[in-house]
Design a protein around this ligand. Structure first.
Ligand code: IMP
Length: 197
């Protein structure tokens, strides 16, 4: 059976990935499952570049298909900040309570129609023969006036979706996966994987 290794240590992402890629004739492993550790410097200037950097770094270590993602939040009013710096915004160790409040403060008084934002996810696949495929998925929304909800992670409490009129931290995992940026990128990738396994 083919092996797909997803270059992440994040169990939350692994659950989502296993759910979406279910049905593929492949064993889906995290780096931990595969016993791989890699110290990767994400120094690309786009989500796509970073996803490829991560996937290639792990692919050097194994004879398997390697997937990697890079994601973040783009706020239009803030010139698409925090973008590729989403995890590093205000420092990796700063809590999301503080990061989210800082972004709300920067948007103080800005009307709803100018608070548009999106989560972006690029997924790269590197195949053992060297082929590289990259897909992008997004979810459009807006930054609310205050944080809400306890589900999800990161910027979810301030990111609102029109369809549900609530933040993505108020959605169930199933609801979020069905429309998320990562879900959309993975679904776009699934067909390409099917053809190559
Ligand atoms: P990475 O893709 O693991 O490097 O993470 C990017 C960063 O973007 C995360 O640490 C979060 O700050 C943010 N982010 C990405 N996806 C989501 C999401 O679905 N909800 C909330 N924040 C997210």
């Amino acid at each position: 059976m083919a092996k797909i290794i997803f270059a992440t240590g994040n169990e939350h992402k692994m659950t989502e990935i296993r759910e979406i890629l279910a049905g593929l004739k492949a064993e889906i492993l995290s780096m931990k499952d595969a016993g791989i550790t890699a110290d990767i410097v994400e120094d690309g200037s786009t989500f796509e570049e970073n996803a490829v950097i991560k996937a290639k770094a792990v692919a050097k270590e194994v004879d398997a298909i390697v997937l990697a993602d890079d994601s973040g939040l783009e706020i239009d009013y803030l010139n698409k900040e925090p973008g590729v710096y989403s995890a590093r915004y205000m420092g990796e160790d700063t809590s999301y309570e503080i990061k989210n409040q800082a972004l709300l403060d920067r948007l103080k008084g800005v009307p709803k129609e100018k608070r548009t934002a999106r989560f972006v996810c690029a997924i790269a696949a590197v195949f053992p023969h060297g082929e590289v495929i990259v897909k992008r998925g997004t979810i459009e929304g807006y930054i609310g006036d205050k944080p809400a909800g306890k589900n999800g992670f990161g910027y979810d409490p301030i990111f609102y979706v029109e369809e549900f009129q609530c933040s993505t931290a108020e959605l169930t995992m199933e609801q979020k996966n069905a429309l998320s940026h990562r879900g959309n990128a993975l679904r776009a990738m699934k067909g390409d994987l099917e053809k190559r396994i």
